[in-house]
Design a protein around this ligand. Structure first.
Ligand code: HEC
Ligand code: HEC
Length: 334
């Protein structure tokens, strides 16, 4: 009898262990398997060539002269009357065009960086804004891989300048910052993030002078890092920003409960600004109860339900970009 019980305990333990191992494996599989080896691409035309015809999936839309079979998107080689110059040489021409259009000087590197970092800034005539954001999922190239691709494009009939690709001027640097911020957020499209932010968040928050002031200004929020930002959105009440505590005031006259930020406090009255922006001015002698609600934020905690996973990722990429540069750039321009 006794040995039978021991066998049963042993079998039970085996089953438990097996289950744990199976769960562990299932999770590893779900999260994309073993961590992939860090990117080893070199910032050279050869490194970029491998990205172009591989991970970057550029070839699914672009051909390069006679190489490749995609016809939907601009050919990046010399091809027919429409594309008399390969992209390296073409970029020099486009750079001139962009300089005239914007009043900002563009080098060919600037043009190539822009065509990847913000494809909608300039659309090749006859094509729609359908270029992939190659630093967002599912392609998710990192900055180094993008620099390599630029070297490859520049080597197609242009003057390859690796030094300039590594240390370009201000314009390309700001695009690099955009890509790096998106990568730090796990990949995302800051352009779409900006639109989502305008729809869902800017009633309460401003960035570089645009937006509401119910919540804190987010012009430098990128400096606080990804973890802080995503926590603030997913669980706003977990850590309330200083000066944005939630107050609850109950009135004597009509037993109403006013919930919001305390935006005014004088001997005569208390002012409460609600999440909707509505302001209640309550005379002191009408206050039955006034207290701080430490477990609540004026920021709604179901905002992510209004966003798809992709949109949320894109908002994170956009917020990671906010390190005060845009605000100072705007000020400088004024
Ligand atoms: C989903 C299809 C798609 C993918 C993937 C794609 N592109 Fe594009 N690309 C386009 C379209 C459409 C245009 C034209 C519209 C525009 O100018 O943005 C374009 C334009 C360009 C241009 C500007 C060409 C010119 O004549 O000035 C460059 C450079 C470019 N893509 C490079 C790349 C590289 C490099 C990759 C891979 C890392 C890539 N593209 C991936 C669709 C794509
Ligand atoms: C109804 C107004 C309101 C809306 C809408 C709103 N927020 Fe907030 N948000 C606040 C308030 C108030 C705070 C400060 C209280 C707190 O920390 O929870 C805050 C705090 C934050 C913080 C922390 C800031 C810091 O420096 O501590 C971040 C980040 C943030 N919000 C991002 C967002 C994003 C992204 C959206 C849109 C998806 C959004 N908020 C929508 C009101 C709002």
């Amino acid at each position: 009898m006794r040995s039978n019980a021991i066998v049963r305990v042993f079998v039970f333990l085996l089953v438990v262990l097996g289950t744990y191992m199976w769960i562990g494996q299932a999770i590893t599989a779900m999260t994309g398997g073993e961590r992939k080896a860090a990117s080893v691409v070199e910032v050279t035309p050869e490194g970029g060539e491998a990205i172009f015809w591989g991970k970057g999936r550029c070839f699914t839309c672009h051909s390069l002269g006679g190489e490749g079979s995609a016809v939907r998107c601009p050919n990046l080689g010399q091809f027919g009357e429409k594309f008399p110059l390969p992209i390296g040489a073409r970029a020099e021409q486009r750079a001139k065009e962009r300089s005239e259009e914007t009043g900002t000087h563009y080098s060919s590197t600037d043009y190539l960086v822009e065509s990847l970092a913000k494809p909608d800034a300039y659309l090749v005539e006859g094509y729609k804004n359908e270029m992939a954001i190659v630093y967002a999922p599912p392609i998710s190239l990192n900055l180094k891989e993008i620099k390599a691709v630029i070297a490859y494009l520049q080597s197609q009939g242009g003057d390859l300048d690796l030094d300039n690709i590594e240390n370009p001027g201000e314009l390309a640097q700001s695009y690099y910052a955009r890509i790096a911020a998106a990568s730090a957020a796990g990949g995302g499209d800051p352009g779409n993030g900006e639109e989502m932010f305008a729809d869902t968040c800017s009633d309460c928050h401003s960035i570089a002078g645009d937006g509401g002031d119910i919540g804190p200004d987010l012009s430098r929020i990128g400096e606080k890092g990804l973890k802080f930002i995503s926590q603030s959105i997913l669980r706003p009440a977990r850590k309330i920003s200083d000066g944005y505590e939630t107050w609850v005031v109950v009135t004597k006259s009509d037993e109403r409960k006013h919930v919001g930020l305390k935006s005014g406090d004088t001997p005569a009255e208390v002012q409460i600004t609600k999440a909707t922006g509505e302001v209640a001015v309550i005379p002191r002698d009408d206050i039955r109860e006034i207290k701080q609600d430490e477990g609540a934020s004026v920021m709604p905690n179901d905002l992510t339900e209004m966003l798809t996973v992709k949109d949320f990722q894109d908002v994170l990429a956009y917020l990671m970009m906010q390190k005060g540069d845009e605000a100072s750039a705007k000020e400088a321009a004024q």
